[in-house]
Design a protein around this ligand. Structure first.
Ligand code: AR6
Length: 171
C-alpha cells in the first residue's frame, strides 16, 4: 500500500473514492463539502437525500457512500467529523472512527485508491497536529490496509501538509 501526501484540492483527485468532511444533515455546507457538491453536481446531493430519507442523515464518526457525479473519482464517501470542544466530548475517538469507518466501507465496496481531506480541521476547529496524528495512526493500524493500492492525504494548507510530511518522514 502506498501512502501519499498531496497539497491541493481534493476535487481534482482521480481515485476510486474521495472522502468528504460532511455534516450530519448530508445536505452540503462550506469548506471541502461545499467544493465537492459544487463541482460534483446534483447527482451527489440526490444520493445524499436518498440516504437521508432512508436513515435520517449520518452520525458523527459514521460514513456513507454516494456517486461522485462529475468529479474525476468514482465515489464520494461522506463522513462526519466531530466539532472540537476542548477535547471534552470524545472528539479523538470520533475522529478515529471517521477514518476507520470510512476505510471499512471502502473495503466493502472494493475501493482500492482513496483520498482523505484533513477531516474536522477547518470549520470544526480540531487541532491540526492532533488530527494529523489520529489520521495517520488510524490508517497505519487498520487491519486490512493491504487491501488498498494507495491512500492519499490531500492537504489544502501548508500547515497540514508539513504536519503529515513530518509524520511520514519520522516512520
Ligand atoms: N480540498 C481539500 N481540502 C480542503 C478543500 C478542498 N477543496 N477545502 C477545504 N479543505 P472543512 P470540517 C480543507 O472546514 O472542519 C462544512 O460546512 C480545510 O483546509 O471543510 O470537518 C461541512 O458541511 C481543512 O483542512 O471541514 C460541515 O458543516 C479540511 O479540508 C463542516 O464544514 C476540513 O475543513 C465540517 O468541518
Amino acid at each position: 500500500m502506498i501512502l501519499e501526501i498531496v497539497k491541493g484540492d481534493i476535487t481534482e483527485i482521480e481515485a476510486d473514492a474521495i472522502v468528504n468532511a460532511a455534516n450530519t444533515s448530508l445536505l452540503g455546507g462550506g469548506g471541502v463539502d461545499g467544493a465537492i457538491h459544487r463541482k460534483g453536481g446534483k447527482a451527489i446531493l440526490d444520493d445524499c437525500i436518498t440516504i437521508r430519507n432512508r436513515q435520517g442523515g449520518c452520525s458523527v464518526g459514521d460514513a456513507v457512500i454516494t456517486t461522485a457525479g462529475n468529479l474525476p473519482s468514482k465515489f464520494v464517501i461522506h463522513t462526519v467529523g466531530p466539532v472540537w470542544n476542548n477535547g471534552e466530548s470524545k472528539e479523538e475517538e470520533l475522529l478515529q472512527s471517521c477514518y476507520v469507518t470510512t476505510l471499512k466501507l471502502a473495503v466493502q465496496k472494493n475501493i482500492k485508491t482513496i483520498a482523505f481531506p484533513n477531516i474536522s480541521t477547518g470549520i470544526y476547529k480540531f487541532p491540526k497536529d492532533l488530527a494529523a496524528k489520529i489520521a495517520y495512526d488510524s490508517i497505519c493500524k487498520f487491519e486490512q490496509k493491504e487491501h488498498f493500492e494507495k491512500i492519499i492525504f490531500v492537504c489544502f494548507d501548508d500547515e497540514n501538509f508539513n504536519l503529515y510530511r513530518n509524520l511520514i518522514e519520522k516512520d
